[in-house]
Design a protein around this ligand. Structure first.
Ligand code: SAM
Length: 359
């Protein structure tokens, strides 16, 4: 197996991400006022063509409902009840699109409820490519997705998390992340109409490049070491495990714009770092239930990161039935026990930026 092909970035399927991604939902909620302001600022011409909203890296859709409702509500106020609005949800082809369609069709909070001129669609393609026609998008949204880089540039010795790697390895990841950010903005700009806006939110690093997720990653690393001792995974599989996620500092988001009037016809309209308190920890402070706190952190870790780690396992990549579940169950159990023994919050940072397409 090619060691560097082990990264995946897919979320756990069968709706698991929808059930356990409360933390990204909180980040999306913080960024929603930016989306509403962006929706007010999109420049429209006088035609009555359908308005195009794009949701990049939508995953299974639950966390997209509230921001899309907010954006559509502004667009309705501006454009009236009759203007067709098309909402494209985009993710990688491996995404659990069945759960996305289920949510769009039946979730009580679905944004098309009561509005038969809103048309949801889905696209299975990487956002490092163009996914929509040139000059077609009015309003873009990308929440908790653009920290996943396009490929894993190198293995990480002794860990799977780049923030815990030696400077040389970090530098290789950073180069990939810088290149990917520029590519992401360039392909988005091509898709945007003049006067369009895109809002990008992602879990970020502080000015020193440190991320609040590192202690959770350390706990998972210890559980993987236990699993290796139990021979549940091999040393080689453990070595191949790498998360292809890079936490950006605020200045990394604006780096392509330094010293130029615009980057690929985009300008930075807003760029802020927001503090996201750990909602599970806030509940723990109220009820003191450390097992409930640990269960939430472990389920979150499993839904978001276990598929990427499991991609390094021969039995999973060869499609052996039940291999992912056995791995993920053991990892989740170990993580739950560790977090219950040593409860700690994940108070994280969210980078939110709004870009406008100029003429
Ligand atoms: C943590 S989920 C975020 C989902 C949702 N936007 C939210 O706010 O909860 C990250 C999503 O980004 C997607 N993703 C990662 N890399 C991608 C790429 N290159 N192209 C499209 N989607 C990607 C993953 O497949 C995953 O569904």
């Amino acid at each position: 197996m090619d060691k560097l092909k082990s990264g995946s970035s897919a979320m756990e399927g069968h709706g698991a991400y929808n059930r356990h991604a409360k933390l990204p939902a909180g980040g999306g909620e913080l960024a929603t006022p930016f989306l509403e302001r962006a929706a007010w600022r999109v420049e429209f011409d006088t035609s009555d063509r359908p308005v195009v909203v794009a949701d990049y890296g939508s995953s299974q859709g639950k966390n997209s409902l509230a921001p899309m409702r907010a954006a559509i509500s502004v667009l309705r106020e501006r454009l009236g009840r009759d203007r067709p609005i098309v909402v494209y949800h985009e993710d990688r082809p491996t995404n659990d699109f069945n759960s996305l369609f289920e949510v769009l069709h039946a979730d009580p909070g679905r944004y098309a409820k009561g509005d038969n001129r809103v048309y949801p669609c889905a696209i299975g393609r990487s956002f490092y490519e163009n996914v929509l026609p040139p000059g077609s998008v009015d309003l873009g949204w990308c929440s908790y997705a653009a920290m996943w880089i396009s490929k894993i540039p190198t293995l990480i010795p002794e860990h799977f998390y780049v923030q815990r790697s030696p400077p040389g390895v970090r530098a290789v990841f950073e180069r990939q992340a810088v290149e990917d950010w520029r590519s992401f903005l360039s392909v988005r700009s091509l898709e945007m109409r003049r006067g369009a806006r895109i809002v990008v939110a992602m879990p970020g690093a502080d000015d020193n490049g440190e991320s609040a997720f590192a202690p959770l990653m350390d706990d998972a690393k210890e559980v993987l070491a236990e699993m290796e001792r139990e021979r549940a995974i091999s040393a080689e599989e453990r070595e191949r495990m790498v998360l292809g996620a890079w936490a950006r500092r605020k200045r990394d988001l604006t780096e392509p714009f330094a010293g130029v009037d615009a980057f690929q016809s985009l300008i930075v309209e807003e760029c802020e770092t927001e503090a996201l308190p750990d909602a599970a920890w806030v509940e723990f402070e109220r009820d003191g239930d450390r097992r409930a706190l640990a269960a939430k952190h472990a389920a979150f870790f499993r839904a978001v990161f276990a598929p990427s780690l499991a991609a390094a396992l021969t039995r999973v990549s060869s499609g052996e039935a039940g291999a992912f579940e056995a791995f993920a169950d053991r990892l989740q159990r170990g993580l739950r026990e560790r977090r219950a023994a040593n409860p700690a919050p994940i108070h994280s940072l969210v980078q939110v930026a709004v870009f406008a397409k100029t003429g």
